[in-house]
Design a protein around this ligand. Structure first.
Ligand code: SF4
Ligand code: FES
Length: 369
C-alpha cells in the first residue's frame, strides 16, 4: 500500500483552453458534452491558474483544447506561463496558424509545438478530420514552425483507418523536419469511445504497424524520437494511467474544473473541484476528487487488492474501468487478470468481424446515438 503522507508535487498541467475546434475528429477524448465558450475561463483566470500551478511545482504545460488558437488571448496566456516559469507546448491542429500569430506566440515565450496529423494522405486526413483543407493547413503550419526554429512534434492518433499507413506517417514527419512523432493508439474515451466500433483496429494491423515502427526506429535513431503509446485493449496489461491518479499531472478544463485526467469528468459522483471556487493547492492536496483513487490506499476491488503490480500501475485506468464495467473501483479490464478482461477479448478477437459504422464526428450538439 502506498504510504499515506502529503502527495508528491505535480509537474505537468494540461490546460484545455477551449473545446471549440475547427476539426471534428471521431477519436477525440473530449467529453461528449463540450464546454460552452461563454463559460470559458478568462485571461486573468488562466494567468492565476498558471501562477498557482507553478507554485505547486508545475514546470510544463500543454496548451490544448479543442483548438487553442481559437483563443484570441492565447499570446497572453503563453506570456503568463512564461512569467510563471512554466515551459509551454502548443498542441494544435495547425488550422489558423499563420506567420503573424506564430511570431507573436514566440515573442510571448512559446517553447514548442505539437501538431496533430490524421493521415499521411491528404484526402484521407481531411476525411478523418471532417474538414476539407485540414491536411494542407498542417503542412503550412509545420513549415512555419520549422522556419521559426521551434521544436516540432507530430501527434498521430492511430486507429483502423490509418494504422496501415504508419510508415508513411513517420516518413511524413521526417519530410516535415519534426523532432518527435508520437504514435498514440486510440484510447477509448469521450468521442473515441462513442466511435469505438469504427476505430478499433485488428490484431494483424497492430502487429504489422509495430514491426514498421521498429524498423523506422532503427533507421531514425538519434534523429527523430518515435513514441508508441500502447493499445491497451490488446496487450493484456493495464497502464498506470496519467502516471497515477493525482500523482504527476492535473487537467484544467475550459470552464475551470480540475481533474486528475482529461476523461475523469465522466466518472459518477466525482464532483470535480473548480479553480473558480478553490485554490489549486487545496484541490491537489486535499480535495476528495484528487484523493479518491490516489496511490493504492483506496478500496481496490478484484485481483488488484493483493497483486504485486499495484504499486506500479495502481490498478490501471479508473475511467476505463467505469466505461467498460460501470464501476470505477474495479480492476481495469485491460489487465489480463481482471475478471472483466473477456469483454475486451471479445472485442479484439481476430475471429470477430469488424463492423464499420460511419463516424459520429465530434461537434457540439451532434446527435449522439
Ligand atoms: Fe495491475 Fe490490478 Fe492487473 Fe495487478 S491485477 S496487474 S494491480 S491491474
Ligand atoms: Fe481517467 Fe485513466 S483516463 S484514470
Amino acid at each position: 500500500m502506498t504510504p499515506a503522507g502529503p502527495p508528491a508535487r505535480p509537474w505537468a498541467l494540461l490546460a484545455e483552453l477551449t473545446h471549440a475546434c475547427p476539426l471534428h475528429c471521431p477519436y477525440c477524448s473530449n467529453p461528449l458534452e463540450l464546454a460552452r465558450r461563454s463559460g470559458e475561463l478568462r485571461t486573468e483566470e488562466w494567468t492565476d491558474v498558471l501562477r498557482q500551478a507553478a507554485a505547486l511545482g508545475v514546470v510544463h504545460t500543454h496548451l490544448s483544447g479543442g483548438e487553442p488558437l481559437l483563443r484570441p488571448d492565447l499570446e497572453r496566456i503563453v506570456a503568463a506561463a512564461e512569467a510563471a516559469g512554466v515551459y509551454t507546448q502548443l498542441v494544435t491542429s495547425g488550422t489558423g496558424l499563420d506567420e503573424t500569430r506564430l511570431t507573436a506566440l514566440r515573442a510571448a515565450g512559446l517553447r514548442s509545438v505539437q501538431l496533430s496529423v490524421q493521415h499521411s494522405d491528404a484526402g484521407a486526413g481531411d476525411r478523418i478530420a471532417g474538414r476539407p483543407g485540414a491536411f494542407a493547413a498542417k503542412e503550412r503550419a509545420a513549415a512555419l514552425v520549422r522556419a521559426a526554429g521551434l521544436p516540432l512534434g507530430l501527434n498521430v492518433v492511430l486507429h483502423r483507418d490509418n494504422l496501415d499507413s504508419v510508415g508513411e506517417l513517420i516518413d511524413l514527419g521526417e519530410a516535415w523536419g519534426v523532432d518527435r512523432v508520437e504514435l498514440a493508439n486510440t484510447q477509448f474515451y469521450g468521442w473515441g469511445l462513442l466511435n469505438r466500433a469504427a476505430l478499433l483496429p485488428t490484431r494483424d494491423q497492430l502487429a504489422r504497424a509495430r514491426e514498421t515502427v521498429e524498423r523506422r526506429r532503427e533507421r531514425l535513431a538519434g534523429r527523430i524520437d518515435l513514441v508508441w503509446v500502447v493499445p491497451d485493449y490488446f496487450d493484456g496489461v493495464a497502464k498506470p494511467c496519467m502516471g497515477g491518479w493525482g500523482a504527476v499531472s492535473l487537467t484544467v478544463t475550459p470552464d475551470g474544473a480540475v481533474l486528475p485526467c482529461p476523461a475523469a469528468a465522466s466518472l459518477p459522483d466525482l464532483d470535480p473541484p473548480n479553480v473558480r471556487d478553490h485554490a489549486l493547492a487545496w484541490i491537489w492536496d486535499d480535495s476528495p476528487a484528487f484523493n479518491r483513487y490516489r496511490g493504492t490506499d483506496w478500496p481496490m476491488t478484484g485481483p488488484c487488492g493483493t497483486c504485486p503490480r499495484r504499486e506500479e500501475d495502481f490498478g490501471g485506468c479508473r475511467c476505463q474501468a467505469y466505461a467498460l464495467t460501470g464501476d470505477p473501483t474495479r480492476t481495469d479490464p485491460a489487465c489480463a487478470l481482471s475478471p472483466d478482461h473477456p469483454l475486451l477479448r471479445t472485442l479484439t478477437d481476430p475471429e470477430s468481424a469488424p463492423s464499420s459504422p460511419p463516424y459520429v464526428y465530434r461537434r457540439p450538439g451532434a446527435s449522439v446515438p
